[in-house]
Design a binder for this molecule. Structure first.
Ligand SMILES: [Zn+2]
Length: 478
């Protein structure tokens, strides 16, 4: 996927506007589905995401895309937008969902906006961006040379546009679902070291590793949407619990989900297929195989992963189950999770460190700790120490459901939802509508290191998400 073959920067491309002959509802499983895609690549020179320092983008690379699917059955409509971004913040997803809802009639609660978590996206929101942006404004007479346009406003516009276009492009469709398993690609990045300490990405062939501290989730849920009349694949949703953090070069990059789309189009002989990717619960999962010395190069390995996932999907597709008609539904809830206390002096020290990030030589975890305290402080100011967290659950049919969780959730929590779910197939998506931090298990809080250091919430926050999700699933199954 190279930029030259794709539309002009920031132009909107409607991929599903072709008219198909009307099909009686009884001929399909009652679904009407539309897709739309928009380019959301920022200008070159914009800050890059995925680290704790300023890192600027260069020319080349992939276009970054926002891709919407809108799914209706009878009076019920649900929508999901996947984005080649590292994260999406609540403030912007709220704005887009509200506007899209006014424009299309899709209820606010029925819209999910997610990020693929590509670390090849822009740094455009959150603590680090705010610190760098504020400083740039101060140093350049109110102008940030890295931000030549209001990207946040542009993103909201694009999300509203793709939702409206996908809504307008709905056509009779059939859905099928299959969950192949992929072993050996994803690895838990937290380890018990021989001395008893917790290791985090401790490096290939590190002889001090005793064992991983958690499992991996091999499930690769795949939902395929075909045109009801022709049977031609139109779009798909793939979910995998592995960090989209392989790609790391300066040009913007979609990482393995970009390659997955290319490979699926080839495998399914569907050159216009809109492949939407959402990260599963991969908070503690990445691609680094510490047991092997083989290089997993940021430039070449994303394509290897994209191809392997597409191969697994293609092999499993003959066993896909048709999604049954008549029961599309969505339930959502908001829980209020306690934020850890923060002393004013600790916040002041953190603020000082963040504002002088490139002038200090703070150890990694000290920086992460300060970074977290910035929004921990904000949560106390804005929410009085109880962070609202929205959870959505979509029933596709009596056997299939999808759960959308905010933030980066640890793998065991996602697996706990699946294990307790009354549905045969439960797909769990993270980074939905908001991403500021990791959501570790209670045990991971005790073990410490990177992910718990990012989390401003009290231990038990992850288990509360699981409980709330299971409650929604049980409601939908009744
Ligand atoms: Zn992450």
């Amino acid at each position: 996927m190279k930029r030259s073959t794709l539309p002009t920067i920031l132009s909107v491309l409607l991929l599903a506007g072709t008219a198909f002959p009307a099909t009686a509802a009884s001929d399909t499983n009652g679904f009407r589905v539309g897709f739309a895609t928009a380019d959301i690549t920022p200008p070159v020179g914009w800050r890059r995401a995925g680290g704790y320092t300023e890192f600027l983008s260069q020319a080349g690379g992939d276009p970054l895309l926002a891709k919407a699917i809108v799914l209706s059955q009878g009076p019920t409509t649900v929508a999901l937008v996947g984005n080649d971004l590292c994260s999406v913040p609540r403030e912007l997803t709220d704005r887009a969902r509200r506007r899209a809802s006014e424009k299309t009639g899709i209820p606010f609660a029925n819209i999910v906006i997610t990020a693929t978590h590509t670390h090849g996206g822009p740094e455009y929101n959150g603590t680090l961006r705010d610190v760098l942006h504020t400083r740039a404004l101060k140093e350049n007479n109110g102008r940030d040379p890295r931000e030549s346009l209001d990207y946040q406003a542009l993103l909201v516009d694009r999300w509203v546009e793709v939702l409206a276009q996908a809504h307008a492009a709905r056509q009779p469709a059939t859905l099928s679902v299959v969950v192949p398993q992929v072993h050996g690609l994803a690895h838990n990045r937290r380890f018990l070291m021989k001395g008893g300490s917790t290791g985090w990405n401790p490096g290939k062939l590190n002889t001090n590793i005793f064992r991983p501290l958690g499992p991996t989730d091999p499930d690769l849920p795949f939902v395929l949407v075909r045109d009801a009349a022709s049977g031609q694949p139109r779009g798909a949703l793939t979910v995998f619990a592995m960090h989209t953090a392989i790609y790391g070069a300066p040009p913007f990059g979609a990482c393995y989900p970009g390659h997955l789309q290319t490979a699926l189009r080839r495998q399914l002989n569907a050159p216009d297929l809109v492949s939407i990717f959402a990260e599963g619960c991969a908070g503690d999962i990445n691609h680094i195989d510490v047991a092997s010395a083989d290089p997993q190069d940021g430039d070449t390995y994303p394509a290897v992963v994209g191809d392997k996932l597409a191969d697994a999907i293609a092999q499993a597709l003959p066993f896909a189950r048709a999604v049954a008609p008549g029961t599309l539904a969505l339930r959502s809830t908001t829980i209020h999770t306690p934020v850890r206390p923060l002393a004013p002096a600790d916040y002041a020290a953190a603020k000082h460190l963040m504002e002088n990030l490139d002038r200090t030589n703070a150890p990694f975890l000290t920086t992460v700790d300060a970074w977290r305290k910035m929004f921990q402080h904000e949560y106390w100011q804005k929410h009085g120490g109880k962070l609202p967290q929205e959870i959505q659950a979509i029933r596709l049919d009596r056997d299939t459901a999808l759960v959308a969780l905010p933030h980066e959730v640890h793998v065991e929590l996602g697996m706990a939802i699946k294990a307790a779910s009354p549905f045969r197939t439960t797909i769990v998506v993270s980074l939905a509508n908001d991403l500021d931090f990791y959501v570790p298990t209670r045990r991971a809080f005790e073990e410490g290191h990177y992910e718990p250091t990012t989390c401003p919430l009290e231990p038990g926050c992850g288990e509360r998400l699981v409980e709330a999700a299971i409650e929604l699933l049980n409601e939908l199954r009744r």
